[in-house]
Design a protein around this ligand. Structure first.
Ligand code: ADP
Ligand code: ZN
Ligand code: ZN
Length: 732
């Protein structure tokens, strides 16, 4: 007997075979089964999506046969398929693309025999270590946060000051879930930057009593073999706790009971290519799905079919419905000291639960308090000073006391531009609409967009003037400058000063970042210079001064999220100072600005995130921006800017003239060049599409996809290189 199956395979984003394909099988196969199928002349991995009643439009004789199922692997759970289906629909991609990208790449390559070998169960390490969870006395804030979390069912946002001990709350929440149910699984997500071996070690240590193989990592730093191993352990239910970056949101976890998203505001949760999903939003959605599925299971209504398009988007009404359903069996816990305004607003309206921890560990009496904020009005400082004299004085005092200072500037390299003051030549990149950055250390001009690198010319390439000079400052020059300013100053021990720099340039080699961080921790550095890379997450104990050299640009950026990011970054950076209670009282955060009256700084001075959020949300509400309005960007790339823009405008006109569903509530803006208009000789344009209704925007985008495809087929746009939709874009 022939069984008809709809099977999804990896299809290029915009190919004609975007949906599932129909195959025939001699054996019955359940949805979620991994199979090998022929596609064109190739043999590819696919996932059985649905069992079909017949061959549909396809004449049975033309149907190709499934070559075989991946033996030994349980089918992917139905919630996994729902999550993938939702992601594809919501982010306007094909199911096959999302499904196959969510699986470890090695699954595609292994033969059945090889796979069988991998599937041999590892010898389970006996649970011999005692559970040490209860040995640490919780702070009053932690006690309260955990009790409140346990008493609620909504998605929770842990709003905890840096140093308030959020990690301990995650550990406790996870421990409880794992102890209550011997098959339960927990997913802990961290942003790229924070997936340090230390954090993994901390989880492994805490859950050692479960047996070592039960804590696994899933991130892009793993080898393909390690990644497959972690994935298989999670899929088989052996791994109880999965620690990972955004990709881990698609891990197959048959018994998922808790998802933790640390630093939930971090932009690295948004995927920037392919399906541009937000792993944070999907975490909220997945918890809702898992709960709903378990609830349906309990009531005997479990449906195995794909619910495509039937479910509301992240944070939408479906979350509300699920929370009122009764027994919730998968929770989500987001955490941050500076939450995204989207998550914060959800707590304001009560859709999410808010857990607040405002005291740093150590308590107010021991002065584990936050550093004082000092704003330096640069209008009143000597012209062209990079480091204002009072800041320099404060750094010198730290050095004399044997304390560390951290100085950050968001621009790497020596100088952003090299210029000739005779003829006006500047170090433009020939391939991009951007300047090449001067890197003094290896005497190169490097484009940070396309990578084009050349040696610095001896003389101006345009007029021959040999006096070409750097304009502006990057971290490399800042380091040099500080070294000059502090020449002659000695460390508290009488030894020469130790100034170090950490940025993308100094940490290129594997292990370099770890080594440099270790030397900061060991107190081998007096002054640390770097980009925002050093402002986040690290638990530096001896830093008592943090300084932001030039943060003003973000105050007036055309990107409406720039102030939110700046505030978060400055709060994070401030959190680096005075983490050691002994230094709490003397620690300071310095901000050099030409706009000390800006309300953002007023809130910063008081460490008052809620005040900042309230003011920023008021402005966003008035402007109809996220989270009060919804948007998508369509980006197009071509050799000529006119083609990229013309394509977008033509597609928008077609949408209006065809009165697409949702169009009455959707505003497409005219296409514009992207901020960096040309990269590697490719012209880039974008179109913003806005709507006060998420549902209307979704309806519109779904109907617009085929119109965009058709528009591209028109002769004048044939030369378009690519286009893509970004739903809920982070930067505009
Ligand atoms: P956050 O993530 O909120 O910035 P961490 O989780 O890094 O804070 O905690 C800050 C420091 O406090 C860490 O060194 C951590 O080990 C310590 N800590 C957390 N909770 C406790 C506790 N209950 N008792 C003692 N130390 C704690
Ligand atoms: Zn010149
Ligand atoms: Zn370039």
């Amino acid at each position: 007997m022939t069984h008809w199956l709809s099977i999804v395979v990896a299809t290029p984003a915009h190919s004609k075979v975007a949906g599932a394909l129909t195959y025939a099988s001699e054996w019955p196969l359940t949805p979620g089964t991994l199979v090998r199928v022929p596609l064109g002349k190739r043999e590819v991995l696919g996932v059985v999506w649905e069992v079909l009643p017949g061959s549909g439009d396809l004449p049975p004789a033309q149907a190709r046969a499934v070559l075989g199922a991946l033996g030994g692997l349980a089918p992917l759970p139905s919630t996994w398929r729902r999550l993938v289906g939702f992601t594809a629909t919501y982010y306007q991609r094909s199911i096959g693309e999302v499904a196959l990208a969510a699986l470890p790449p090695q699954l595609r390559e292994l033969s059945t025999v090889q796979l069988a070998r991998r599937l041999k169960r590892p010898v389970a390490t006996p649970p011999d270590t005692p559970d040490t969870t209860d040995l640490i006395a919780l702070s009053p804030d932690q006690e309260r946060a955990i009790a409140e979390f346990d008493a609620d069912t909504r998605p929770a946002l842990l709003f905890g000051t840096t140093g308030s001990g959020k990690t301990e709350v995650y550990l406790r929440a996870a421990a409880k879930v794992l102890a209550d149910d011997p098959s339960a699984q927990v997913l802990v997500m961290v942003p790229e930057i924070n997936l340090t071996p230390q954090l993994q070690a901390r989880f492994e240590e805490r859950f050692a009593h479960l047996g070592k193989a039960q804590v696994v990592a899933l991130h892009s730093g793993l080898t393909p073999a390690q990644r497959l191993k972690s994935w298989l352990a999670a899929h088989a239910g052996q791994a109880r706790l999965v620690l990972g970056t955004r990709m881990a949101i698609f891990a197959s976890l048959p018994n998922l009971r808790l998802i933790v998203v640390d630093e939930e505001h971090d932009p690295s949760y948004k995927q920037q290519e392919g399906a541009r999903y937000s792993a944070r939003d999907l975490a909220v959605y997945r918890a809702m799905l898992e709960s709903a599925a378990k609830d349906e299971h309990a009531r005997g209504q479990f449906s195995d079919g794909p619910p495509l398009g039937k479910l509301a988007p992240p944070g939408g009404s479906a979350v509300r419905e699920a929370t009122s359903v009764g027994a919730i069996s998968c929770r989500v816990l987001l955490g941050s000291a500076t939450p995204s305004l989207e998550s914060w607003q959800a707590t304001v309206v009560g859709r999410y639960q808010r857990l607040t921890m405002s005291e740093r560990i150590g308590g107010a009496e021991q002065q584990g308090s936050l550093p004082a904020i000092r704003l330096v009005d640069m209008n009143h400082q000597p012209k062209h000073s990079t480091i204002a004299p009072p800041l320099l004085e404060a750094i010198s005092q730290r050095i004399a006391r044997g304390e560390q200072s951290l100085i950050f500037l968001n621009r790497r390299g020596y100088a952003p531009v090299l210029a000739c003051h005779d003829c006006g030549w500047k170090s433009e990149c020939p391939h991009c609409s951007a300047y090449r950055v001067f890197h003094k250390i290896d005497c190169t001009l490097r484009c940070h967009h396309c990578g084009f690198t050349e040696r610095v010319p001896r003389a101006c390439p345009s007029c021959g003037n040999i006096d070409i000079s750097p304009v502006g400052k990057g971290t490399e020059r800042l380091e040099e400058h500080i070294t000059e300013l502090l020449a002659g100053v000695r460390g508290s021990d009488g030894e020469p000063l130790r100034i170090a720099r950490i940025d993308a340039d100094t940490t290129r080699l594997k292990g370099a970042l770890e080594a440099q961080l270790a030397s900061v921790h060991a107190g081998e550095v007096d002054v640390l210079v770097g980009t925002q890379m050093i402002a986040k997450g690290h638990d530096f104990r001896h830093i008592t001064l943090v300084a932001a050299i030039n943060p003003d640009a973000a105050l007036f950026s055309s990107d409406f999220r720039a102030p939110e990011r700046l505030f978060g970054l400055l709060m994070q950076a401030a959190g680096r100072a005075g983490r050691d209670a002994a230094h709490g009282e003397t620690s300071e955060m310095w901000v050099q600005t030409f706009h000390p009256q800006h309300p953002l700084f007023a809130a910063l001075k008081k460490h008052d995130y809620p005040a900042f959020a309230a003011q920023e949300l008021k402005e966003r509400e008035a402007a109809g921006m996220s989270p009060f309005g919804f948007s998508a960007l369509v980006r197009a790339e071509a050799r000529e800017q006119a083609v990229a823009q013309g394509f977008l405008n033509a597609a928008a006109e077609a949408a209006q003239s065809q009165q697409l569903p949702g169009h009455e509530a959707v505003t497409p803006y005219p296409a514009v060049p992207m901020t960096i208009q040309r990269v590697a000789n490719i012209e880039r344009a974008q179109m913003l599409v806005e709507s006060p209704s998420r549902a209307a925007l979704q309806r519109f985008l779904a109907a617009w996809q085929p119109v965009l495809h058709q528009t591209r087929q028109q002769g004048e746009f044939k030369s378009l290189i690519r286009w893509a939709i970004d739903v809920d874009p982070l930067a505009i």
